[in-house]
Design a protein around this ligand. Structure first.
Ligand SMILES: Cc1cc2nc3c(=O)[nH]c(=O)nc-3n(C[C@H](O)[C@H](O)[C@H](O)COP(=O)(O)OP(=O)(O)OC[C@H]3O[C@@H](n4cnc5c(N)ncnc54)[C@H](O)[C@@H]3O)c2cc1C
Length: 486
């Protein structure tokens, strides 16, 4: 019997399966689709996700396959307004890694195979019920076979129309944004084409127009094409895209070789609980929003990383089941912030009133002239500022913040097969003695605390759990007792 049944093998389900398999947890990862997505969908893997991949052990494959975007340039009212420079991001990965979602999924599936696990395709979850010790699920196979399966935990990574969310009866509250959008994956040539390591944003009076570089000399363009009226429309043609490019970005760009032409609408919706007893939601099943800022997939993959080590520790008996209570409040707060930021960016980009557009462009020109503003924008997009200050797992001033990778020295906390807290202290002998009392839960750091006078317990996902004074060993013991079963 699998310990965790994961429904949906998009980037989020795959990330969760990789993490759980790495920790030795038995997983079943099912997907109703015959094959993985062939479209590019989410294009950016941000710095924080790459840092977390360091723990997973698959960053190198992603870096080899992706293209490093060095910044974004915003243009409006016929001039350059400025934009974030990603080299300002305080991370070893100070760029946006442009990589089509189909490649992200392929690389994650390959990584999963290294742990001896694989996606079961053409297997659909059709229903489930919770029992006191787990979940009983009904699965329907592509060959018509019906199966009943029991597992201690079920995680719905089954996307925006999640059957798991419906099964839990959780409302997916929110709204639909008012515009129709066009999307095209094409080739761009000509003197007016932006550099191929830059995200180019044009605030045109008719609506926003964005060009994203894609590896292999291609580009994604996205633009509004009028107010949504609910009527189905045919996919755009290449000549429609060419006309749009000429109108919004200027005449010097030629488009060709389309591989994906589509339309979409933006929905901004979220659940307010990510968990009911033994059933969890992650990724688009829990939150969908505007693609502005490229946060959707990254946020979902980070939901998965947050949940995996907690499930692993509880299933091993090294932590009390109460550890799982922190998942929903932590990721709900992040989801709310991401929805808010992406929504604000979209409202700003889609202003229709010419006066409001002029004010926006002037304000952006002024603000983007300030390095602090540009740096902040880059930090927000990269998700390196995500923190859990209000979490029940964060104790002490400064707890909940990201433990910077350069502070780790050696493998980052959470790397390897054991998801344990890492103790950074000033007294290695006491640290080793404390760790010996909670062997499945904590290990001493390979170096003294880089912050003298402080004691930290860093979680396996690289966030500070406990922040205390260097001599406050009682606080560390209390914290570990609370998390553990001792
Ligand atoms: C055009 C477009 C552009 C985007 N751009 C970006 C971007 O630049 N950056 C970004 O971060 N995000 C972007 N996104 C969003 C991103 O694609 C999603 O956030 C991401 O795919 C979510 O991953 P997921 O694994 O949660 O869900 P999904 O990728 O939707 O995967 C869900 C999986 O569950 C399976 N499934 C569903 N129901 C069942 C069932 N009952 N039983 C079994 N399997 C089931 C499906 O077959 C599917 O494979 C974009 C999305 C679109 C459409």
């Amino acid at each position: 019997m699998a310990d965790v049944l994961i429904v949906g093998a998009g980037p989020v389900g795959l990330t969760l399966a990789c993490e759980l398999a790495r920790y030795g947890v038995g997983v079943r990862l099912i997907d109703r689709a015959r094959e993985a997505t062939q479209t590019s969908k989410a294009l950016v893997v941000w710095s924080r996700t790459l840092e977390l991949m360091d723990r997973m052990g698959c960053t190198a494959a992603f870096l080899a396959a992706g293209l490093r975007a060095r910044g974004a340039t915003l243009r409006g009212g016929g001039r350059v307004l400025g934009g974030p420079d990603f080299s300002d991001i305080a991370s070893p990965y100070a760029f946006g890694l442009m990589i089509p979602q189909r490649d992200t999924e392929r690389l994650l599936a390959e990584h999963l195979r290294e742990f001896g696990a694989a996606v079961e395709r053409e297997v659909e979850l059709t229903g489930f019920a919770q029992t006191p010790d787990g979940v009983e699920a009904r699965l329907s196979h592509g060959d018509g076979r019906e199966e009943r399966v029991a597992a201690p935990f079920l995680v719905g990574c089954d996307g925006a129309h999640s059957a798991v969310r419906h099964g839990l009866g959780l409302p997916f509250r929110g709204t639909a944004q008012g515009d129709d959008w066009l999307l095209a994956d094409i080739r761009l040539d000509g003197a007016g084409a932006p550099p191929d390591d830059e995200i180019a944003v044009y605030f045109h009076r008719d609506g926003p127009f964005v060009i994203f570089p894609i590896p292999g000399g291609r580009a994604r363009v996205v633009a509004t094409v009028g107010r949504a009226d609910g009527r189905p429309k045919p996919d755009p043609t290449l000549s429609e895209v060419q006309a749009l490019v000429a109108a919004r970005a200027g005449p010097g760009i030629r488009v060709s070789d389309p591989v994906w032409l589509s339309r979409f609408r933006i929905h901004e919706r979220k659940v307010s609980e990510y968990r009911r007893d033994r059933v969890f939601l992650a990724g688009d099943a829990a939150h969908i929003h505007s693609p502005a800022g490229g946060q959707g997939m990254n946020t979902g993959m980070q939901d998965a990383v947050n949940l995996a080590w907690k499930l692993a520790l509880v299933l091993r008996g090294a932590a009390a089941p109460g550890l799982l209570d922190s998942y929903s409040p932590e990721r709900n707060a992040v989801g709310e912030m991401v929805l808010r930021n992406a929504g604000r960016l979209t409202v700003m980009a889609t202003l229709a009133n010419p006066l409001a557009q002029a004010v926006r462009n002037r304000a952006l020109h002024l603000l983007l002239g300030l390095h602090a503003v540009r740096r902040r924008m880059a930090a927000t997009m990269s998700e390196i500022e995500i923190a859990y200050p209000a979490s029940p797992l964060s104790v002490g001033p400064g707890a909940g913040r990201r433990w910077r990778p350069e502070d780790a020295a050696g493998p980052p906390p959470g790397a390897g097969a054991d998801p344990r807290f890492v103790l950074y202290a000033a007294d290695p002998e006491r640290g080793t003695a404390l760790a010996a009392r909670f062997p499945g839960l904590v290990q001493p750091a390979p170096r003294n605390n880089p912050e003298p006078g402080r004691l930290h317990l860093v979680r396996p996902d690289g966030y500070v759990g406990l922040a205390a004074g260097a001599a406050d060993w009682d606080a560390a013991e209390r914290y570990l007792k609370e998390c553990g079963t001792v």
